[in-house]
Design a protein around this ligand. Structure first.
Ligand code: ZN
Length: 337
């Protein structure tokens, strides 16, 4: 199996964004210490709207200038050390500002599809250019992950992605769905495949489509699991405390009740308590399929000492028998032929 560890590189989007030191730099450093021990490279989906905002305020604020500088250097280091750096878009940054040293978040327009066609084109172009300029490589970025999984309706963003030579998406996960004040997505009925082409709708396979979908691995979890997760968060102490120091956006009551009352599908993740089923989910995939791509997701801000120890165990167990890869245009051009 080809395993892809993918991480969304970003702050929090609730009332408190968290600090870049605790929500990004420290957990990324802790992650790299583990990956380096196994010589494993990962893929970082970088929130490029955040970079654009940093650039916008860097001239008028010394603090933002230092933040921009530290974040740029961190991304450059990831790229230089052989990790893949790809495009993650949280377009609500368009409506955010820096006031008295803190980010003021407005998540009214959380989904890219809520912007006008003209704005969508401008956002995708500017965000990709920003990311490309940070890593100083115009050929590297070709893959996309929608902020908060909100990729629908895809036809609103398709043209902008094509114009900017983005042809791979890794947003969907089997049977994923959410509906809250900020989020909306529904992946019910998507193909049960490691990868497939699509054109106008990522839920519909289209053999000659311009886009390749490489979904995040999905795992069915019981309501009991979420009760244990709540308890670990409340009573788990230091071991289960998140590195990040901000608050999440969204999290509608309906979604929360659904998770606490019925089985639901979750991404396979390195975040917090969810990391407890990382190995179990992978074993489940291996039983079902002998080869293919297994994509796990994580958010450095949501790592805990517990979750990184689970990642460490996972790498110790699987690096011998399986291959760890990054999102590269070479890899995906080859497997398609
Ligand atoms: Zn994100």
């Amino acid at each position: 199996m080809n395993i892809f560890l993918t991480f969304d590189y970003e702050l929090y989007f609730g009332r408190r964004s968290g600090t870049y030191q605790n929500s990004i730099l420290k957990p990324v450093e802790a992650l790299l210490a583990i990956l380096d021990r196994y010589d494993v490279k990962a893929t970082f989906f970088v929130d490029a709207g955040y970079l654009c905002k940093l650039e916008e305020y860097a001239d008028s604020s010394g603090d933002v200038a230092s933040e921009y500088d530290a974040i740029k250097r961190n991304i450059q280091k990831l790229y230089r050390e052989g990790h893949s750096v790809q495009l993650h878009i949280h377009p609500h940054w368009e409506d955010c500002s820096s006031q008295n040293g803190a980010w003021v978040m407005d998540t009214t327009r959380f989904r890219l599809a809520t912007f006008s066609d003209e704005d969508v084109r401008s956002i995708v172009r500017r965000y990709k250019e920003q990311l490309t300029s940070v890593i100083e490589d115009t050929e590297h970025v070709f893959a996309y992950r929608a902020g908060g999984w909100c990729i629908q309706p895809f036809d609103k963003i398709k043209g902008a992605l094509l114009e900017n030579k983005v042809w791979l998406d890794s947003t969907l996960y089997l049977n994923g769905r959410s509906n809250s004040e900020t989020h909306y997505y529904n992946f019910s009925g998507m193909p049960e495949k490691f990868r497939y082409h699509f054109e106008d709708d990522p839920l519909v396979e289209c053999e000659n489509g311009n886009f390749l979908e490489v979904p995040i691995a999905s795992y069915k979890v019981t309501a009991f699991f979420f009760w244990r997760m709540v308890i670990a968060k409340k009573l788990g102490g230091d071991l289960h405390a998140a590195y990040g120091d901000g608050g999440a956006a969204g999290g509608g009551l309906f979604d929360k009740l659904r998770m606490l009352l019925t089985p639901t599908y979750s991404v396979v993740s390195v975040d917090g308590y969810k990391s407890s089923f990382l190995a179990e989910a992978f074993d489940h995939y291996c039983k079902q399929y002998s080869e293919g791509e297994f994509v796990a997701i994580g958010h450095p801000k949501a790592f805990s000492r517990y979750s990184l120890s689970k990642l460490d165990d996972f790498l110790a167990c699987y690096t011998k028998q399986h291959t760890f890869n990054t999102f590269s245009s070479n890899y995906f051009s080859e497997v398609q032929n």
